[in-house]
Design a protein. Sequence first.
Length: 292
Amino acid sequence: MSLQHEKATANLLIDGLAICGFNERDRVWEVAYLRHPQHELGLDLGDDSDVVKIPRDARVIKIETVKGRTPDYDHEFPLGFFDRGQVPDRTRDPHGMSTDEKENFRWAMNLDEGADVPHGKIKLKPPPYPVTMAYISDAVFYSAALTPRNMYLIPLRNNPAMMSQTALNRDLYGKTADEIGVDITCAAGGGIKVTIDGEELPLLPHKPGNPWKMMLMNMRPFLSGGHHHMAVATTSTGANLEQGDFQIYYDSLDVTGEKYSLWGHPSQMFSGRTDCNTPWIRRSSLAALIPS
């Protein structure tokens, strides 16, 4: 069954430096926002108020429901997300896809062994900076947008500027989920309750057919001077590729294999927009990422 976003109470967008996972035991989504010093976490409630800048030392954001309608986690969404199976070809042109194909959550990169990145077994660990945990109830995750152009998944030790086009083509990865969408639904008279370290924000009431457009994004701030802090390589064909943020995830992962980085064509809008997208893992909890 296709998703019906207009029937939700809120359509939340998640983007930026974070790792997400569905806690199958507690049936709640967990999103670990890595508070890397070059990224800023902001919450837009979609109510015309200013974006809430989340302090770096904030520990917990809860997005809960009042009179929430829990998705069918037993049958339709057993992993908490809209699932249309493994993506057979990440290089496909999205214009030829159905809405269901484009919204398949599996466009988001799975960090688990043998899934989407050949870096071996993973072990979660706290990064050398704070982590803000978001817990999202009664939610279904899906891919809200795909990267507009294909990406390259290249071993971290390699520099695309030193690679032949043939070698570069071997590392062609394709597209990933550029933004993750979240549908949260309440019954009439209900609403969305957001708390940040116990401080409750105004309730967002259910409005039939008019969901709140929320955003929770951990991005590099816009830099008018260009793509600062990002490595850029000119390939043998003269094309520019920019290194994204994927390698930062290894601050929170020990792996048994080689580490990788994503490279893509530079964004003309935002520094760090090459690939600052949120991957996922299948775990009962992301608690191992929380610094003690």
